[in-house]
Design a protein around this ligand. Structure first.
Ligand SMILES: NC(=O)c1ccc[n+]([C@@H]2O[C@H](COP(=O)([O-])OP(=O)(O)OC[C@H]3O[C@@H](n4cnc5c(N)ncnc54)[C@H](OP(=O)(O)O)[C@@H]3O)[C@@H](O)[C@H]2O)c1
Length: 317
């Protein structure tokens, strides 16, 4: 009998390791994808997405429009937002009036309240706010100016916090809502060349984790989405050392790009998290996914891997 239990446990562990190796999301997220609430239940909800002009935000808008969600699309480039709106309307599941374009700069904090008024005047409510805009980084700590650090922290952290603050009174008054924020696996484990980016994504975990606890009694849920590499413009747009310098200007290619999760797949998993009112989800292929588990449960191994990686990068330079 004991043998039977031991073999049963071993078999279970082997299956889980195999599943984890092939997975593109954390195991509980993939369980919810199969057995949980369908994203189709987001139909009719008003979802406000920042960073909707490309990449993950654009894909999320497209996938949400397929299930009939009403959308507010925000980012700085109005013409790109109009293109994404057109893409959503072409699905045939939403009408022109169901998709509102609200250009917004995440760091123009004093404009955010006006944007909220504009959205409420049009839809009368916001069911879900997806704080998704952001930029990454490709420069060592020693190569990054204070201005560069400030720029990323203001955009990736205060930009999200400011818009959330502006939308929150409305949700608290209604006694319902969901706040989503796009973190990163860089908010779970560190990686060389991304100190300010990691700092910003770790900060989001603190801000929004605390907010989750504070909003629990208001029937407002907070979801932290942590993607690993996902097909988008994030690497090309990554800041290099200072705010006005980006990675694509250097004409470099990032080898991590090869194993990216596709943007539509990322968006569908994002929606599983939203529909099931989850608290935190990880969307990534390996080795990043396993790294996230290692950093969470056995951090000394994760740290050893990153130190080794940084040392080998230094040798190559
Ligand atoms: N792709 C990945 O591998 C990955 C992994 C982990 C986390 N993420 C996170 O996912 C989010 C979306 O990035 P992405 O991968 O989709 O990259 P992306 O294609 O470069 O999209 C970034 C979005 O942010 C917007 N944005 C940038 N600066 C802004 C500002 N000042 N105000 C308002 N919007 C601004 C951009 O629009 P405009 O230029 O039109 O303003 C764009 O829509 C980011 O928070 C990123 O950190 C991405």
């Amino acid at each position: 009998m004991l043998d039977f239990i031991v073999y049963g446990v071993l078999l279970f562990l082997v299956v889980q390791v195999f599943r984890l190796w092939r997975a593109d999301g954390d195991l509980s997220l993939l369980w919810y994808e199969k057995f949980g609430e369908s994203p189709a239940q987001l139909a009719g909800q008003v979802v406000w997405i920042t960073g909707a002009s490309s990449g993950i935000g654009e894909a999320l808008a497209a996938e949400l429009s397929r299930v009939g969600a009403k959308l507010v699309l925000s980012a700085r480039r109005k013409e790109e937002l109009e293109r994404v709106k057109q893409r959503c309307v072409e699905t045939g599941k939403v009408a022109d009036k169901d998709v509102l374009v609200v250009p917004l700069d995440s760091v123009a904090y004093d404009t955010h309240a006006g944007c909220v008024e504009q959205v409420l005047a049009h839809f009368g409510k916001v069911d879900v706010l997806v704080n998704n805009s952001g930029r990454s980084q490709r420069s060592l700590f020693s190569e990054t100016s204070l201005e560069g650090n400030r720029f990323l922290l203001e955009l990736n952290v205060l930009g999200q916090v400011s818009l959330t603050n502006a939308v929150l009174p409305h949700m608290m008054e209604r006694g319902e809502g969901q706040i989503v924020v796009t973190g990163s696996t860089s908010g779970i484990f560190v990686s060389p060349g991304t100190s300010a980016y990691c700092g910003s994504k770790f900060a989001l975990r603190g801000f929004y984790g605390t907010l989750r606890a504070e909003l629990h009694s208001y029937n407002i849920d907070v979801l932290l989405v942590c993607p690993g590499p996902v097909e988008s413009n994030v690497v090309e747009n990554a800041m290099v050392g200072q705010p006005d310098k980006s990675y694509n200007q250097d004409g470099k290619l990032d080898p991590a790009h090869a194993n990216d999760v596709s943007a539509p797949r990322c968006a569908r998993l994002f929606m599983v998290g939203m529909a099931n009112r989850l608290e935190e989800i990880w969307i990534s292929r390996n080795p990043y996914l396993i790294n996230a588990y290692l950093f969470t449960y056995v951090p000394f191994i994760g740290n050893w891997i990153m130190k080794t990686m940084a040392a080998s990068q230094k040798k190559k330079q």
